[in-house]
Design a binder for this molecule. Structure first.
Ligand code: SAM
Length: 221
């Protein structure tokens, strides 16, 4: 749908760009917008984690790459010299993440690989911290994918699953319609915690932010 000035409105760009596997020009536009619109929930969620100098971090479903930059800043603030990897199933997401983190990639402090969470191209225990922001909704077979995530987190390392909506009785009608339209996996805090434990995390805790529908589920390997 075009606005009166001929540009596509936000919903139309999202529908054309496909948030579950961004493609084409609208996919790129949508990822740049999400880099901004997901900033607040991502920064709140990353505040739940403790970083240390030299941390190796992975962002799954890295989209436009802003979370990778935020992870690098957190490691930098803790003393620096870490490494941040990103993976995404979409070619456009990988290209956008690479473009937005060009300098760090050239300096060898970041890398981006096209892959699905179903089969991560990393050895067991490769990461101190693994995050995923607004991506879990789309994963096939959540329990098997979370077991694959657990595999690449080192013993004692952390996983943070971030979403701006979790299942609760008072969700607005338009939110419920979106869940249905994109066939999103949206669980209760208790269901997330149980799923993480079943997938191989020794402990799991859901952080909720008052006055929002945001959730950050933290798993300890
Ligand atoms: C809604 S976007 C969010 C992007 C970014 N994390 C952000 O917060 O702006 C969801 C991203 O998850 C990726 N994704 C979906 N399914 C995936 C899978 N099975 N493995 C890896 N990435 C996946 C999509 O390609 C897309 O880039």
């Amino acid at each position: 749908m075009a606005d009166t000035d001929g540009t596509m409105d936000e919903l139309a760009v999202t529908q054309a760009g496909n948030p579950g596997n961004p493609h084409g020009e609208f996919g790129e536009q949508m990822l740049e917008r999400m880099n901004r619109s997901h900033a607040e929930v991502t920064n709140w969620a990353l505040d739940q984690l403790e970083f240390k100098a030299g941390d190796r971090a992975l962002d799954i479903g890295c989209g436009g790459g802003a979370t990778m930059g935020r992870l690098a800043s957190c490691i930098e603030a803790a003393g620096g010299m870490g490494h941040v990897s990103g993976v995404d199933i979409s070619t456009v997401s990988c290209e956008t993440s690479r473009r937005n983190n060009e300098e760090a990639i050239r300096a060898g402090r970041m890398d981006v690989t096209q892959a699905s969470v179903e089969s991560l191209p990393f050895a067991d225990g490769s990461f101190d911290i693994v995050t995923t922001v607004e991506s879990f909704y789309f994963w096939p077979d959540p329990e098997r994918c979370l077991a694959e995530v657990a595999r690449v987190v080192r013993p004692g390392g952390r996983f943070l699953l971030v979403a701006d909506v979790y299942r609760r009785p008072d969700l607005a009608e338009d939110v419920l319609q979106n869940i249905e339209r994109y066939d999103l996996t949206v669980l209760t805090p208790e269901e997330y915690e149980q799923l993480l434990r079943e997938a191989g995390f020794s402990a799991a805790k859901a952080h909720l932010k008052d006055g929002t529908t945001w959730i950050a589920v933290e798993g300890v390997r």
